[in-house]
Design a binder for this molecule. Structure first.
Ligand code: MTE
Length: 317
């Protein structure tokens, strides 16, 4: 993720320009080669140290067709955004400090009864499936990922929100000892994201607990994250510990940091540029391909209806 360079103390220029712009052919090839070596490094999936390992792989749901080759695991595992650990993409080693058990998720706000559940108890009551989704980052790169998880709609039903709830607000853990990035006071920790109830209960919104047929990798937001494939990647909050149902639209992490560049809705649209770069195309990570970006990342048939009558809202930032 990128923020505007306004003051010298913020971040270096290399971090405020889309990574994809810098990725020339040679670097991409080098990255692919590096991936092969990385297969034996600590950032790769090690299902044996996760108590949920026996739940994977889950059956693939063929309703969701990505239409692109899956990004190789060794490349995805070393190209991540997880600012709690680093602003560099290869943060796999740093993210191994994330302690994923015990792990609880609290349900709060406008619910029949607030409650807290342990991740393994939640996994016992949710039916896991695999979905291959396209993932489009606001930085103009993309991947195709075989996530395992369950519909967010099932989690909403489990939480029993009151009818007055208009939005769902999700929060990442806050523990600067475990996540050194959270010692940087410049950022509005903890990471927060939100969806409208119509979005949260849309069949595409997916809670992810696994990837590549194994438990979710730490650098990808273990033990539980969101994936909303029609939105820019920053909406897909990682390592969630709290879910609240609220009446007011939540302010997300990036909005708090730079509201002129990042908004609440953040739906993918090639025709609405980011204030500092075009969103017309995307670099497919692990390849030399730069391809046209699609409205709603190609998922319009599932989600376009949500936004009917909302044309005055800033739906694409
Ligand atoms: N969630 C948290 N808690 N912290 C982050 O820095 N980065 C977001 C999103 N969720 C982020 C986060 C961004 S900008 C993107 S593109 C995706 O995670 C990246 O997911 P990936 O690393 O699995 O590709």
């Amino acid at each position: 993720m990128l923020i505007k360079k306004t003051r010298g103390w913020e971040i270096p220029e290399s971090r405020v320009t889309p990574e994809a712009v810098f990725l020339n052919r040679r670097e991409i090839l080098a990255a692919s080669g590096l991936g092969l070596i990385a297969a034996s490094l600590p950032g790769m999936a090690r299902a044996d140290d996760d108590p949920s390992a026996g739940l994977y792989p889950a059956k693939r749901n063929d309703r969701f067709v990505a239409g692109r080759p899956i990004t190789p695991e060794d490349i995805n595992a070393h190209y991540n955004n997880f600012y709690e650990y680093s602003t560099d993409k290869d943060l796999a080693d740093a993210a191994q400090a994330l302690k994923i058990r015990p792990w609880t998720i609290a349900f709060e706000g406008m619910v029949e009864q607030p409650k807290t559940v342990g991740i393994d108890d939640l996994l016992k009551v949710m039916k896991l499936e695999e979905r291959v989704y396209r993932h489009r980052c606001v930085e103009a790169w993309s991947m195709t990922v075989p996530w395992t998880g369950f519909p967010l709609a099932d989690l909403v039903a489990y939480a029993k929100p009151l009818s007055g709830a208009k939005y769902i607000r999700m929060e990442t853990f806050m523990d600067p000892d475990m996540a050194p990035g959270q010692n940087q006071p410049f950022y509005p920790w903890p990471y927060v994201e939100g969806l409208s109830m119509a979005e949260a209960t849309n069949e595409l919104a997916f809670m992810v607990t696994g990837v590549y047929g194994k438990p979710l990798l730490k650098q990808m937001g273990a033990p539980i994250r969101l994936h909303t494939p029609w939105k820019y990647g920053f909406k897909s909050i990682k390592s969630i510990v709290k879910i609240s149902f609220v009446e007011e639209q939540p302010l997300n992490f990036w909005q708090q940091l730079q509201s002129s560049e990042y908004g609440f809705w953040a739906n993918v649209n090639p025709e609405v540029p980011h204030p500092r770069w075009s969103q017309a195309t995307e670099q497919v990570i692990g390849t030399n391909d730069r391809i046209p970006t699609q409205l709603f990342n190609g998922y319009g048939e599932f989600v376009a209806g949500i936004y009917k009558g909302m044309e005055k809202e800033p739906l694409y930032m």
